[in-house]
Ligand binder design. Structure first.
Ligand code: PPS
Length: 280
């Protein structure tokens, strides 16, 4: 383990926020026993994680699954975080987990397609703007000097979550080994009902049209912002996880040169994956 600064440490070539994860927890995942009913949500930070959590939890609850916990954080905890780990082995099925990890850290059991994984991407320009703001309100992250400075670190992969490009590449490279559904933040903004329906199908949850509509309603930006079980307001002393919830806020921050640089990096680093990004 290498300590990078007061806020970050590196372990097995991946950068974590100090205080959330530890090498011991990360190592313990290698013997974490998987159940076929386990569902994992994997994302690079600020890609629509808590939004997709709300959708998955609402779908499961509509289908009759019961969770004895109060809020989404406890119902669908981060696999790599310290708190609430004791009950993971005895939690009733389906167990729902969230993670920002790369595939190499995942419990090996998921490789045999034993569990379901939903991987959500967001275009990197909006993701970095969201992360820039989050770094200003989260006391476990260093407050950035400027957007320019933050973008530089982000593109170098010197932030919690390491390189956005590596995360996308690594998860898209395991698609044939894992039982995985790829979704994007922009698809969800464009047509939330279709995204909810895709997730229902993937999870094998057969909801009525009316229940699908209810899940959509619970997962709108407006309703989540007011829902203390979903909006993580209590985990921040200042500011809000639910900031803007839009595509194209990057246009308010990027210069033309910065935008063109990201376009070039996308081509160089993951151009071969033929992913299409929606920018507005
Ligand atoms: S984290 O810290 O990685 O878990 O953050 P994450 O949840 O991945 O990302 C936070 C951004 O997602 C936006 N968000 C939503 N957008 C649209 N609709 C809904 N319902 C929704 N819920 C969360 C949230 O506003 C953050 O994006 P920005 O651009 O900062 O607004």
């Amino acid at each position: 383990m290498e300590t990078i600064n007061d806020y970050l440490f590196k372990y097995k070539n991946y950068i974590f926020s100090i205080g959330f994860a530890s090498p011991e927890i990360l190592d313990s995942l290698q013997s974490f026993e998987i159940r076929e009913s386990d569902v994992f949500l994997a994302t690079y930070p600020k890609s629509g994680t808590i939004w997709t959590q709300q959708i998955i939890i609402s779908i499961c609850e509509s289908a009759g699954d019961l969770f004895e916990y109060q809020n989404n954080h406890e119902k669908m905890p981060w696999l790599e975080h310290r708190e609430n780990r004791e009950d993971y082995p005895v939690r009733p099925s389906p167990r729902l987990f969230t993670t920002h990890l790369r595939p190499a850290f995942m419990p090996p059991g998921v490789k045999d397609k034993k569990a379901k994984i939903i991987y959500v991407t967001r275009n990197p320009k909006d993701a970095v703007v969201s992360a820039f703001h989050f770094s200003q309100i989260c006391d476990r992250l260093e407050t950035p000097k400027s957007f320019e400075h933050y973008l530089e670190n982000y593109l170098e992969g010197n932030v919690s979550g390491s390189s956005w490009f590596d995360h996308i590449r690594r998860w898209h490279s395991v698609g044939d080994q894992y039982n995985i559904l790829f979704l994007s933040y922009e698809d969800m903004i464009g047509d939330l009902k279709t995204a909810v329906t895709k997730i229902c199908t993937f999870l094998g949850k057969n909801l009525s049209e009316e229940d699908v509509e209810k899940v959509v309603e619970k997962s709108t930006f407006k309703n989540m912002k007011e829902d203390p079980k979903a909006n993580y307001k209590n985990s921040l002393k200042k500011g809000d996880f639910m900031r803007k919830g839009q595509i194209s806020d990057w246009k308010n921050y990027f210069t033309v040169a910065q935008s063109e640089r990201v376009d070039r990096l996308l081509q160089e680093r993951i151009g071969d994956l033929s992913l299409k990004f929606v920018w507005e």
